[in-house]
Design a protein around this ligand. Structure first.
Ligand code: AGP
Length: 608
């Protein structure tokens, strides 16, 4: 996600900001910029591309003298990567500038209000709304302007703000997106994360939700959004620089697993309005949605596994036939796409060669393609007819976790939208589904806090040779992803099987002590899966069960049970996958594998 650095003090600000932004590059970005006050006015330099471009343009900051400033590395959400969409954004007179990490969910309404008042927008971003709103409320009191704006925006933000005619101070504010401030003898700092300012100070303050900070060269004041001054305790950072990039987590994969509650909420919340699902980016009317006769989901790897779940959920809720294909197969099998078909491609990176080829093949045949993509402005995002973004932020670990969870949410939303407009879901059921969706972030958090139990269990299997994952229906889709998580980062051979398929061959592989993970989250299939568990136990298997809290019956057939909280069976993948991600992670750690960069794998497979 985006990176923010701010400084005000007795040193030149630009070099400090560039240095801080460089320490935040690991967060992933596609453009960079900074605003520096030179004693008279605010100068802004920003450009698409790597931070190096900005460094070269400003000769390491030399061309932007001044002792206060804010800087930003942008991970595009609203608006493709471009110089204009890069931050900082500013008001028309250039006297107010802002950098932002997060999503302003009501930016369209605010943009319309401001446009009606004569404000002109130059970018496609949600952030630019903040610059003009600050202009609208600024009457000489910067703190008042900041708090008024914060009372009117919905969504998540970490902000750095500068006012040219109050240049002895800069402002920071936070809601949901991380932000810290710090101080040393040369000045005060704003940063999205510890690495950016660790070399200047180890004493930091974590800005809490809906807090505002006024930073001057030699001191800081903290306020609530109601302008009440508050006191905060500093925290001393004892991490080393490398650990700091992972915000204290040992691996990016663990950090990203723990970001899943937020990425699920970020993907969900902007698309729920007045207890209805609004997916503006579909650019399809209700009649268009009703006219869909078949959906082809095409993807690779974990995105394909999300697609398999999508099949069950869309067919279940919207009663539209869904065919799921591996992109590498789809593109060469001369697929039969009939009138009324819609193609959905799923890709975290938006650059997977096979998936991009499948998109092009579909479009060449005259079919509309919807992309479910995480990287804004990626090839698939640019070439799809419409894009539904997963707001997971940059995912560094090769093994996907948070992006996969966000893909599931996008598919649930699509299924519910289609089911609603086609009158397949009554109002009461729809309300219940919405309620279950809203509970997912907290339930995921709960399961993540179970990590020590999973770690202990995982340590027993670092020496395993074969592990099997079995399930029926959506549980089969969950098994596919659970198996991939284990094998791709621990190098242990693992297979996922439709539980009913075992007796057609695979069960011959079960030996004494073979671990079989049975996923059983679908109440109408509990009994069937239990019989499969009994089958493998009878041949010596050790059975791990992942099931719902209500399913106590399973304890008769399982050797070890992990329970997940109650949710709608259609959404069970979002919960059951959490312990399986943790299992794969801790087996890999236990084996001493390179968790974030497993051998032979790339984060984005841009070749066939
Ligand atoms: C997931 O853990 C793997 N790294 C891999 O299967 C990945 O899901 C696949 O390569 C598809 O990538 P994409 O989502 O970027 O298209």
């Amino acid at each position: 996600m985006c990176g923010i650095v701010g400084y005000i003090g007795t040193k030149q600000a630009a070099p400090i900001i560039l240095d801080g932004l460089a320490k935040l590059e690991y967060r992933g970005y596609d453009s960079a910029g900074m605003a520096i006050y030179d004693g008279e006015k605010i100068n802004i330099q920003k450009s698409v591309g790597r931070l190096k471009v900005l460094e070269n343009q400003t000769r390491g900051g030399e061309t932007m003298p001044g002792m206060s400033g804010i800087g930003h590395t942008r991970w595009a959400t609203h608006g493709a990567p471009s110089d204009t969409n890069a931050h900082p954004h500013f008001n028309e007179s250039g006297t107010i500038t802002v950098v932002h990490n997060g999503i302003i969910e009501n930016y369209l309404q605010l943009r319309k209000k401001l446009t009606d008042k004569g404000y002109k927008f130059v970018s496609e971003t949600d952030t630019e709304v903040l610059a003009h709103l600050l202009d609208y409320y600024y009457k000489g009191n910067p703190l008042e302007a900041v708090t008024k704006v914060l009372h009117r925006v919905e969504g998540s933000y970490a902000l750095g703000i500068m006012f040219a005619d109050c240049a002895d101070q800069i402002f920071a504010a936070r809601k949901d997106s991380p932000l810290i401030v710090g101080q040393n003898e040369d000045g005060c700092f704003i940063a999205s994360d510890v690495p950016a300012i660790l070399k200047y100070t180890r004493k930091v303050y974590y800005v809490d939700n809906q807090e505002v900070v006024r930073l001057r060269a030699d001191h800081m004041h903290f306020y609530t959004v109601d302008e009440e001054e508050i006191k905060k305790e500093a925290v001393t950072i004892d991490w080393d620089a490398n650990a700091a990039e992972k915000a204290g987590y040992e691996h990016f994969m663990l950090k990203e697993m723990y970001e899943q509650p937020k990425t699920v909420a970020d993907t969900l919340n902007p698309r729920i309005k007045d207890n209805d699902i609004v997916i503006e980016e579909l650019n399809m009317t209700d009649d268009d949605l009703k006219a869909i006769k078949k959906i082809h989901i095409v993807a690779c790897g974990s995105a394909y596994h999300a697609g398999v779940t999508g099949k069950y959920v869309i067919e279940g809720l919207a009663r539209i036939p869904v065919e799921v294909d591996l992109a590498s197969e789809f593109r060469y099998r001369d697929p039969i796409l009939e009138e009324g078909a819609m193609v959905v491609v799923i890709s975290q990176s938006g650059e997977t060669a096979d998936t991009l080829a499948a998109l092009r093949e579909s479009k060449a045949r005259g079919f509309k393609v919807l992309g479910i993509v995480n990287v804004v402005g990626s090839s698939i995002a640019r070439e799809a007819d419409n894009v539904m973004y997963t707001w997971a932020g940059p995912e560094i670990a090769v093994a996907t976790t948070k992006a996969y969870s966000a893909q599931l949410i996008a598919l649930y939303l699509l299924a519910m939208k289609l089911g609603k407009v086609r009158d397949k879901i009554d109002d009461e059921t729809f309300a219940g589904l919405l309620g279950d969706l809203r509970c997912l972030p907290d339930q995921i958090e709960l399961l993540l806090n179970n990590k020590l139990k999973i770690q202990k269990f995982a340590n027993r299997y670092v020496g395993a040779k074969d592990v099997f994952f079995i399930g029926r229906g959506i549980d089969y889709a969950i098994s596919l992803e659970g198996s991939l998580k284990l094998k791709e980062i621990s190098y242990i051979h693992s297979e996922a099987y439709a539980a009913g398929e075992l007796k057609h061959g695979t069960i011959s592989l079960i030996e004494d002590g073979t671990l079989v993970a049975a996923v059983s989250t679908q109440p109408d299939l509990y009994a069937k899966t239990i019989s499969n568990m009994v089958e493998v136990k009878a041949r010596g298997a050790f059975v791990l069960a992942v099931t719902c809290e209500e399913n106590k019956e399973i304890e008769k057939a399982a050797d070890y049970v992990i329970y997940i909280p109650e949710t709608n069976p259609y959404f069970a993948n979002s919960l059951a996958i959490i312990p399986l991600q943790l299992f794969g992670y801790y087996v890999s750690v236990g084996k001493g594998c390179d968790v974030d960069k497993p051998r032979n794998l790339a984060k984005s497979v841009t070749v066939e």
